[in-house]
Ligand binder design. Structure first.
Ligand code: NAD
Ligand SMILES: O=C(O)C(=O)C[C@@H](O)[C@H](O)[C@H](O)COP(=O)(O)O
Ligand code: ZN
Length: 372
């Protein structure tokens, strides 16, 4: 299949390229002035990072690497400070750049480092998980966690380009691929029903990972999710309006991640969060039973969790109060009136919230979601 290019409009438009053998695009995205490049990557992407570094050096760049911890362990102030130290010691100036190679944790961290070094140097993302391709690397949200919650420190900082090489997904553990499907399915429920239909038709293959999934199906899913996100962030980069809809399932999802001390993958937590939001909408008289059932059916069909332990409500509620959509003491949720019709639910009655939690509570704490 030929490569696909999605343009993200805005103050500084950029391309998201989806396909294979994309390394040749990197110098164009970096631009003519860049001389030094810091490649930020976790250990699991060392071989890829070495290849990219050698390629950049062969083309005359001064390329160095910063190896960071795996997954959420990298999204800390300490790891950001380590990257700033590397940039400082290598005399990076405003005409130099960061390249991230990894999943959403790496693109969030590396994007934040680029946003803050000298108040902003260029960054190009090379996402290597499904989740990072369809969501994290696109749109310019960057950030790190604090002890109090997810992504509480960060910046809106769009990249100069994004290279989604689908070949990277062939080494991705199956459960990480499945976790990424949660954000794909989010796109289906909030904006693009064709995505839901595609997942429903190919659930068996998708559950087995990228190699088992037909190339045209994988490409269409990534392209549709990226296109939706590109359209939204082009009109609302800083989340003053419609961008909040990209946060569907995240109010409870982020709270679960915190309560689980980041042992759950983001996608798994968002999966449960979407079922919670669907139940909330149903209990508020907004959403029909069949759409709620469809949430459980499609998420379960690819192996994503739809329940969470029933004995953590107070902790979850505390974490949800720090959600960025909250305004003062008022909790705000993204819910659906129907597939493709997102809306907001502001300050729902506490009994409604508790009832929605009861609907997603599992009897046995933990359950298979933990293995994600
Ligand atoms: N900025 C945004 O808009 C946005 C959107 C969605 C999610 N996020 C963030 O993204 C993060 C989750 O991202 P994720 O699901 O990609 O997780 P992740 O970055 O933690 O990566 C998951 C695992 O896959 C490994 N890995 C990555 N690519 C690989 C490959 N090709 N082969 C083998 N192993 C590979 C990683 O080392 C890690 O162990 C969360 O922190 C979430 O908050 C941000
Ligand atoms: O891009 C956005 O906007 C999103 O909300 C996408 C989410 O999938 C993503 O997890 C994002 O990082 C959540 O942001 P936050 O503002 O809730 O921390
Ligand atoms: Zn997310």
């Amino acid at each position: 299949m030929s490569n696909v290019r999605v343009r993200v409009e805005g103050e500084a438009p950029y391309d998201v390229v989806i396909g294979r053998h994309l390394l040749g695009e990197l110098p164009t995205m970096l631009g003519e002035k860049v001389r030094k490049v810091l490649i930020v990557h976790p250990t699991s992407l060392l071989t890829t990072a070495d290849t990219v570094r050698d390629d950049l050096i062969a083309q005359g760049y001064d390329a160095i690497q910063a190896e960071v911890p795996d997954a959420e362990e990298s999204k800390t102030a300490q790891v950001a400070a380590f990257c700033w130290q590397v940039l400082g010691q290598a005399d990076f100036t405003r005409s130099d750049a960061v390249v991230t190679i990894g999943g959403g944790a790496t693109t969030d961290l590396g994007g934040f480092v680029a946003a803050t070094w000298l108040r902003g140097i260029k960054v190009v993302h090379i996402p290597t998980t499904l989740l990072a391709m369809v969501d994290a690397a696109v749109g310019g949200k960057t950030g790190i966690n604090t002890a109090e919650g997810k992504n509480l420190v960060g910046a809106f900082y769009p990249p100069a380009g994004v290279l989604c090489d689908l070949a990277a997904l062939e080494t991705l553990p199956r459960w990480d691929f499945v976790a990424g499907l949660a954000e794909v399915i989010k796109c289906g429920f909030v904006a693009d029903e064709r995505v839901l239909t595609l997942v429903e038709e190919h659930a068996g293959a998708l559950t087995q990972g990228a190699s088992a999934t037909p190339d045209d199906v994988l490409t269409e899913l990534v392209q549709r999710a990226v296109q939706w996100k590109a359209d939204v962030v082009a009109r609302d980069l800083k989340e003053a309006g419609d961008r909040e809809f990209l946060n569907y399932g995240h109010t409870l999802g982020h709270a679960i991640e915190l309560v689980e001390r980041f042992a759950w993958r983001h996608g798994a937590a968002v999966s449960v969060g979407m079922v919670f939001a669907a139940e909330l909408a149903r209990l508020a008289g907004k959403l029909d039973d069949d759409v709620v059932d469809r949430h459980r059916a499609v998420l379960t069909s690819v192996g994503l969790p739809v329940t969470y332990r029933g004995d953590r409500w107070e902790q979850l509620l505390g974490a949800m109060r720090r959600d960025k959509k909250s305004r003062g003491a008022v909790l705000r949720f993204i819910v659906l009136d129907d597939v493709g019709r997102p809306t907001r639910l502001e300050g729902p009655d506490p009994t409604l919230l508790a009832a929605a939690y009861a609907e997603i509570s599992s009897e046995a704490p933990g359950s298979r979601a933990v293995s994600l």
